[in-house]
Design a protein around this ligand. Structure first.
Ligand SMILES: Nc1ncnc2c1ncn2[C@@H]1O[C@H](COP(=O)(O)OP(=O)(O)OP(=O)(O)O)[C@@H](O)[C@H]1O
Length: 587
């Protein structure tokens, strides 16, 4: 998308506030009138003083007081409306971006770093807000003020005005050179900030890992690199701004002296009044200012449009749903789930993660999927939940291909218990309630009881209202798993997708979790990814997946008797568990 496109898109947001912009336009034009009035006032009051005209001086003093009040009021309205409109637009952009981000498919999140997205929500949003307020109005005001001042200068003394104007191009050139440098540098700073946000997002979310692996020094060194990069960009910014300021002020002072000398000469030979000379000097300031600040403002605008592009890039990424799905309160009826010759590769990957997978899961059946890591077990779940589309073959529920089932309806068939418990900051109640929005306290408590979680919840200081921290960091692994099970219990969907956690729990915790899982699975159609083969011996069907294919299927006894892949996996796991038990006993 070109910057022009970004500008037009921003324009649609600005148009929603046309009334504020109309008032801002009036206020801005009025501020120019006030500036010119200031020059006129200085001329009049100086002339009154030179002529010792006390009456005129008194009148002008009252005018000056009124003028100051009006100017103050105008400045207040202008500043308030600029900040206000920019905050409104930033707020709308944030909300639209969030709405779209939530509708993006899983493949988008696979491709893009969450830290980069975060930076678009924060840094870029801030930068766009500036463009819609202060920067845009200054871009309008400055040239208008320069033209109006030049008109007034011409009116006072055309020859003097033309002489002074000759310095304008020099000022403009200086501004342009520094403006370009400023723009290039600010893009660099913005990129460094985005990289740093992504890095922080990664490490601050995994404090236990960096502590356990003693990564602190390495991370500190890495962060120092990122931080130095931002600091060096900001140092360069200070140098450029310093140089721009110095040269602008040098040229400004030069213009002032030039105006003073030439206007003084005109006063000396009687062709200009002293008051007009004072007005002239004031107007010169109004003319010089815009020339030097304009390129800097254009650079800021370009930078903000770059930020707008990054925001619209997210909003233009194809979404998987047009409207965010409503939670279906009525549970759908379920007969059977069928996969016919399903093949799938992740977007951008050459490797086939699923290869001609076929299976049938009937109502009330319990199916377990086992197999080595990377075999395709989780991928199977992701396709069922509609996170990705199949490349070939078909997934159907009750004979209906899932590609034709609306996403909200499709997801209402499943209660999902992920390997990582998938809890978020907030209270236990908030987390469990996501299983059934609007659930009563009694329903929440019942789900917690069923999931063997109620006891530990009552021991927490605020019961179900206790905040569990980021991703449930204030709870133990087993407690988190039981809350995740309670959430699925409350959803009570017809098919349970259970990705058994690999993390080892102590015996008591393991027993509680297993008990909760058994209750959850009771009378349900279930598809379980099992890592501990001891837990699935009663499953109706066990599938063994390897390299994206189902290499074996059957009941536990049947597969053991076949002495194939399942039997190997089973015996090697028994040996491992026996060895672990021995180690524990010795310890
Ligand atoms: N988002 C992704 N993009 C590209 N390839 C992926 C992605 N997720 C998984 N894969 C690949 O797909 C294959 C199957 O992965 P999958 O996660 O389904 O295995 P799994 O059987 O669930 O493994 P585990 O038991 O370790 O969880 C692997 O080769 C993996 O590298």
């Amino acid at each position: 998308m070109k910057k022009k496109g970004a500008f037009a898109r921003l324009g649609t947001y600005m148009l929603r506030h046309k009334l504020i912009y109309a008032v801002l336009l009036l206020v801005t034009l009025f501020s120019i009138v006030l500036d010119l009035t200031m020059a006129w006032f200085l001329a009049r009051i100086t002339d009154a003083a030179v002529r010792l005209d006390v009456e005129a001086f008194k009148g002008l003093t009252w005018f000056g007081i009124l003028f100051l009040l009006v100017t103050g009021l105008n400045t207040f309205v202008s500043a308030y409306l600029k900040t206000n409109v920019s905050a409104k637009i930033r707020n709308e952009l944030r909300q639209d971006m969030m709405g779209h981000t939530l509708a993006l498919p899983q493949s988008y999140f696979d491709r893009n770093h969450s830290g980069d997205l975060l930076s678009r929500f924060t840094n870029d949003n801030q930068s766009v807000g500036e463009a819609c307020g202060q920067v845009m109005l200054d871009l309008l005001r400055n040239p208008l003020l320069a033209v109006a001042s030049f008109g007034y200068l011409l009116y006072i003394n055309w020859l003097l005005a033309l002489i002074c104007l000759s310095i304008g191009p020099l000022l403009f050139l200086t501004g342009k050179i520094f403006g370009n440098a400023m723009r290039i540098n600010s893009v660099r700073v913005q990129e460094s900030m985005s990289r740093t946000t992504a890095f922080l997002n990664d490490i601050l979310g995994s404090s236990m890992v960096f502590k356990a692996f003693s990564m602190e020094r390495r991370l500190q060194k890495q962060y120092v690199g990122y931080s130095e990069d931002i600091a060096s960009g900001e140092k360069k910014k200070a140098r450029i701004e310093g140089a721009t300021g110095a040269i602008s002020s040098l040229l400004g002072n030069l213009t002032f002296l030039l105006a003073l000398v030439i206007a003084g000469w005109f006063v000396a030979n009687g062709s200009l009044e002293v008051g007009a000379m004072i007005a002239f000097i004031q107007l010169m300031n109004y003319l010089v200012g815009p020339f030097s600040s304009l390129p800097g403002l254009v650079a800021s605008m370009q930078q903000s449009l770059g930020a707008a592009e990054r925001i619209f890039e997210v909003m233009d990424a194809p979404a998987e749903v047009e409207v965010l799905p409503e939670v279906q309160t009525e549970l759908p009826g379920f007969g059977e789930l069928q996969l016919a010759e399903v093949s799938f590769s992740y977007p951008g990957s050459e490797k086939q993660s699923l290869n001609k997978v076929s299976l049938e899961l009937a109502r009330g059946q319990q199916m377990a999927v086992v197999g080595p890591s990377g075999g395709g077990k989780s991928t199977l779940f992701k396709l069922l939940l509609g996170f990705y589309q199949t490349d070939a073959g078909e997934v159907a529920i009750n004979g209906r291909p899932i590609s034709r089932i609306p996403l909200a309806e499709l997801r209402s068939y499943f209660a999902y218990v992920p390997q990582e418990s998938g809890l978020y900051s907030g209270s236990i109640r908030d987390n469990i309630e996501s299983g059934k929005p609007g659930a009563s306290d009694e329903e929440i408590v019942e789900a917690l009881r069923q999931a063997n979680a109620y006891e530990f919840v009552t021991e927490l200081p605020e019961g179900i209202h206790t905040d569990i921290g980021e991703h449930g960091s204030r709870l133990s692994g087993g407690q988190k798993q039981r809350l995740s099970i309670a959430r699925a219990m409350l959803k009570n969907a017809p098919i349970l997708l259970l990705d058994e956690a690999t993390a080892a729990l102590d015996n008591e915790s393991e027993r509680m979790v297993q008990q909760a899982i058994r209750k959850l699975m009771k009378d349900k159609t279930t598809l379980v990814i099992a890592h501990r083969l001891s837990t699935i011996q009663n499953a109706d069907v066990i599938l063994v997946m390897e390299n994206g294919e189902i290499v074996e299927r059957g009941g536990h006894e049947e597969l053991l008797a076949a002495e194939g892949r399942y039997s190997d996996l089973y015996h090697s796991q028994l040996e491992r568990e026996a060895a672990e038990e021995q180690l524990t006993t010795i310890a």
